[in-house]
Design a protein around this ligand. Structure first.
Ligand code: T46
Length: 136
């Protein structure tokens, strides 16, 4: 884990003559109870999504098909990840700004979330995000 509160998780893969299978269990493979899943696909070229942080929510992002770049940042650090492997997940903890971009045409971004959808958990204004980090 970095100060940025992000980390790459390597999932176990079951590979046999019939194909590949990646199982994901709460607390075993991701560090929280999975309460919600959603997926993002058919994102047109040039589109950038996200532009927010979460107060409490923890998530793991998995690009199960294609590729996508994820920018993560806080006050002092910025890190960009390219997700293009269904056996790797990007954990993003609370109070971390994220933007998703450069989706390939075939990209399917699967997200595992620690909480049910709550619009009040979003910090969509960058100045408010900085204030939240500084605790003011
Ligand atoms: C995040 C990144 C990685 C729902 O109704 N339920 C849901 O569970 C979600 C996630 C979204 N929505 C609705 C809210 C909006 O009307 O779907 C629409 C698109 O959501 P949003 O603009 O927040 O999508 P992104 O791609 O900017 O962000 C999403 C997640 O919202 C966010 O938590 O971390 O993916």
């Amino acid at each position: 884990m970095t100060d940025l509160n992000v980390d790459i998780i390597n999932f176990k893969i079951n590979l046999d003559n019939y194909g590949s299978l990646v199982p994901i269990e709460s607390y075993e493979d991701v560090p929280f109870d999975i309460k919600r899943i959603y997926y993002i696909y058919d994102v047109e070229k040039g589109v950038r999504r996200g532009f927010h942080a979460h107060k409490k929510l923890e998530q793991v992002l998995i690009c199960v098909r294609g590729s996508v770049k994820i920018l993560t940042k806080n006050l002092s650090e910025e890190k960009i990840f390219e997700l293009n492997d269904p056996t790797k997940g990007l954990y993003i903890g609370p109070i971390t700004w994220r933007e998703m971009y450069d989706f390939s045409d075939d990209a399917v971004l699967l997200v595992l979330a620690s909480e049910y959808y709550n619009v009040n958990d979003y910090i969509r204004n960058y100045d408010n995000f900085i204030k939240e980090i500084k605790g003011c």
